[in-house]
Design a protein around this ligand. Structure first.
Ligand code: ADP
Length: 495
């Protein structure tokens, strides 16, 4: 029973493992897919924003190159008013004329940035208010220097943007010196799997970091597919369990058939009736022949010839009766068993027999207790006969236990080596026991106290045991219940 429990636990664990690992794999695959999509989007965002920033550098360089032309010839200054309408992110273009200064409002920071620009050779940031999305970009050139007032809100190229800026769960910011400008708010659940991306824009003049963050919440896992997988696994496990049960039941039925228990008892029942009928005839004839012989011998003078003939007929009838009995014995006994004995583990035979009787035990709420001395050697026995003996003894015990309340039902099987070279199996039940008058007759064929019993079980077991060099006895009756002792030769005699 314990083994069955272990098997059930192992099967349940295997099912849970299969369901869990499958669902885990689905979740993992989804997370990987979301992470890959996020990284692709983040790279595109970085490229698009970098292109915009590089554009600012290009505009400033162009302005520096053109410089204000001779009056009337156009030059950079002619383009200045038009720039904000072409590039919406440019709020204003400022200039420091050859002999002048920057507009008074921002003079100092623009001058500082111009100095940096002159030193580095590329444009420099001035008055960065990244949180508000504003900054100036100054390029020092001669004679006139130019500065762009940039609005980050308009830098996002919406037509090429890879995500919906309003609904996308990805948060994108532009960061510079502890300040952050939110390009798109995204959605950041409290718990989940977080992916991050940070890369500085590819413009040395505007070294802002593109920071993207994606938090995948629990609600984004593929729950439907995961539940579907678990349900499919459970269904498969149930189907397998049913298949297994079906197989066990079929095997059990086959085994019972092989044991021939049911068939044999039926046959023996019919046989007993047949035997009675067959024996009746020769015995009646025998009786009348001997009575006739008796009468003939009592005649004066005795009719010896006729009496001899009657006696010859009587002998013939007695032989016929003996033949009938012989046939019955041949059926019950298996004289060739000793030759078929082989080394086998008694514990295994006991386990097999109990496995076969599991439904019967369960129906009677009996849990057989098997106690085996450790290190028992193999026994010498014929496997089917041994199994049949154990089977019959356990069936008898179960039938006896039916007569006591369910709570008192105990069935013990003890395996021991009482003397070297002999292994003993004791089948003990806590049933009503065997009354003294019945003890003597248990092994007599056709002795039974059960309604519907044949009284052939124990004689059959005894003759099977004897045929393979073993013995079966009823243990001396003390205490409650009955105990039968099967003594088997060990396969390797102990020195
Ligand atoms: P059957 O079971 O057909 O009666 P058996 O030869 O197996 O034939 O048993 C003969 C009788 O021995 C039973 O009718 C019963 O009275 C008695 N008997 C056998 N085993 C037990 C037992 N464990 N407890 C009580 N009585 C038993």
């Amino acid at each position: 029973m314990n083994k069955a429990w272990h098997r059930r636990t192992a099967a349940t664990l295997a099912c849970l493992l299969a369901a869990g690992s499958g669902a885990g794999w689905l979740a993992h695959a989804r997370l990987q897919q979301l992470q890959a999509a996020f990284e692709t989007d983040a790279r595109i965002v970085h490229r698009l924003l970098s292109q915009r920033m590089v554009q600012h550098d290009a505009i400033l360089s162009t302005l520096a190159l053109l410089q204000p032309a001779e009056p009337g010839l156009g030059g950079a200054d002619a383009a200045l008013p038009r720039l904000p309408s072409v590039y919406p992110q440019i709020l204003e273009v400022l200039r420091r004329p050859a002999d002048g200064t920057w507009p008074a409002a921002a003079r100092a920071p623009l001058e500082a940035a111009e100095a940096v620009s002159r030193a580095t050779g590329h444009a420099a940031l001035a008055r960065p208010d990244i949180a508000a999305g504003r900054y100036h970009l100054v390029l020092a050139s001669a004679p006139t220097s130019y500065a762009l007032h940039i609005d980050l809100h308009a830098t996002v190229p919406h037509d090429e943007w890879p995500m919906d800026p309003v609904t996308s769960p990805v948060r994108v910011t532009l960061e510079h010196a502890d300040q952050a400008f939110t390009v798109q708010p995204g959605r950041t659940p409290d718990r989940g799997w977080s992916y991050g991306f940070r890369k500085t824009l590819a413009s040395p003049s505007q070294p802002l970091d593109v920071v993207a963050q994606r938090v995948v919440g629990w609600d984004e896992l593929p729950w439907l597919a995961m539940l579907g997988w678990c349900a499919a696994t459970a269904a498969a496990a149930v189907a397998m369990r049913m298949l297994w049960r079906h197989r066990v039941a079929r095997r059990r039925a086959e085994e019972l058939l092989r044991l021939g228990q049911v068939a044999r008892l039926n046959t023996l029942g019919e046989l007993a009736a047949g035997m009675a009928h067959e024996l009746n005839q020769p015995l009646t004839a025998l009786l009348s022949s001997t009575q006739a012989a008796q009468r003939l011998l009592g005649d004066e003078p005795p009719d010896l010839d006729t009496a001899r003939t009657a006696m010859a007929r009587a002998v013939e009838q007695a032989r016929r009766a003996s033949d009938v009995v012989g046939r019955l014995r041949r059926l019950v006994e298996r004289p060739d068993l000793a030759g078929q004995a082989q080394p086998l583990q008694l514990a295994t035979a006991v386990h097999d027999a109990l496995h076969l009787l599991e439904p019967e035990c369960r129906a009677r709420a009996v849990v057989p207790e098997v106690h085996a001395e450790p290190g028992l050697p193999a026994v010498l026995a014929e496997p089917v006969a041994l199994q049949q003996i154990v089977h019959n003894l356990v069936v008898n015990a179960l039938q006896a236990l039916e007569q006591v309340p369910a709570t008192e039902r105990r069935l013990e099987l003890h395996l021991a080596m009482p003397t070297p070279g002999q292994i003993q199996l004791t089948v003990r039940d806590h049933g009503p026991g065997i009354p003294p008058e019945a003890r003597e007759r248990l092994f007599e064929p056709f002795f039974t106290t059960r309604a519907g019993g044949l009284g052939l079980g124990l004689p059959l077991c005894e003759s099977l045991a004897q045929a393979m060099g073993a013995s079966l006895q009823l243990a001396p009756g003390n205490g409650r219940g009955a105990a039968f002792v099967l003594l088997l030769p060990a396969a390797t005699p102990t020195p």
